[in-house]
Design a protein around this ligand. Structure first.
Ligand SMILES: [Fe+2]
Length: 284
């Protein structure tokens, strides 16, 4: 696995070839990403009553912090401008957005001590994003809003590119998750996992904790095993992410190897075209 830093765009074919060989791509300083960062910070400050977002937890109790960051996440998720800015980031990385499909665009929040964690505001445990979607041509995009450090970032486990890990893909059901979510009374608290997870301890010895700059964008195959690094620093982590599927990869069968996913039904309908908003189907 190589970490390839790019100051220029690359085309969809080259990107797919590199990612599905297991390499990680870092696109440096995309101007639309810098614009999106400013826009996201202004949104956070509205919901956090002008507190500095990375240290707001010092001034708010857990309930206040979870309420404010939850409101910021909802505002971000439903904001068309934020999404459009990230589509522009993808174009600046070389993505042909008319043949590219995405699922959603969340703002992640990882508090710096466990007292302020809550649903969707916590470190995410080890997983592959292809578990659940079952689309091995799927790509992940990830970008920080504020400065990172090795204890406040994303972790990738390249050894598991070729190595299986026992997991719940055989038993996990999207339908059961939807049913549990429909019955859930508290937003974001669903008593059924939102995705499959490992049932075996992950070997941390070859972990890669990527520290990129605000304005940089990380791109990796969704089949890479990854997790949030538990935030043991003194600043809250905020980051954005998107998953994409590119028609050219599907048509050329460019995809990551399936090492340990026991499910097989691709969830194409999770993805919609960036330009037309049409749902992805296997015949696209
Ligand atoms: Fe993920």
């Amino acid at each position: 696995m190589k970490i390839i830093t790019l100051d220029h765009p690359i085309d969809d074919r080259q990107r797919g070839q590199l990612l599905f060989e297991g390499h990680l791509l870092i696109y440096r300083q995309r101007s639309s990403m810098l614009e999106l960062i400013d826009y996201t910070i202004s949104m956070l400050k509205i919901e956090l009553a002008d507190l500095e977002p990375t240290s707001a937890q010092r001034h708010l109790n857990t309930e206040q912090f979870l309420q404010a960051t939850g409101a910021a996440q909802t505002r971000f998720r439903t904001d068309p401008k934020a999404r459009q800015l990230f589509f522009q980031v993808l174009r600046e990385c070389g993505v042909k957005t008319h043949s590219c499909y995405y699922d959603h665009f969340p703002l992640r929040v990882v508090p710096f001590c466990s007292s302020h964690t809550g649903a969707h505001r916590a470190a995410i445990a080890h997983h592959r994003d292809t578990w659940g979607s079952n689309i091995h041509s799927q790509q992940n995009w990830w970008a920080p809003i504020y400065t990172l450090s090795s204890e406040r970032t994303i972790a990738i486990y390249p050894a598991y590119w070729h190595q299986a890990i026992a997991n719940t893909t055989e038993s996990w059901s999207f339908e059961e998750f939807l049913a549990a979510r429909a019955k859930s009374e508290i937003e974001r608290q669903v008593p059924y996992p939102s995705a499959p997870s490992p049932i075996q301890t992950v070997d941390e010895s070859d972990v890669v904790k990527l520290v990129i700059e605000p304005g940089d964008v990380l791109n990796f195959a969704s089949a890479q095993l990854h997790a949030s690094v538990p935030n043991t620093t003194d600043a809250t982590r905020y980051s954005v992410e998107m998953r994409t599927v590119h028609l050219s990869d599907l048509h050329a069968n460019r995809q990551a190897p399936n090492i340990d996913n026991a499910a097989s039904e691709p969830m194409y309908f999770w993805f919609k075209n960036i330009e037309s908003k049409q749902k992805l189907s296997h015949l696209s």
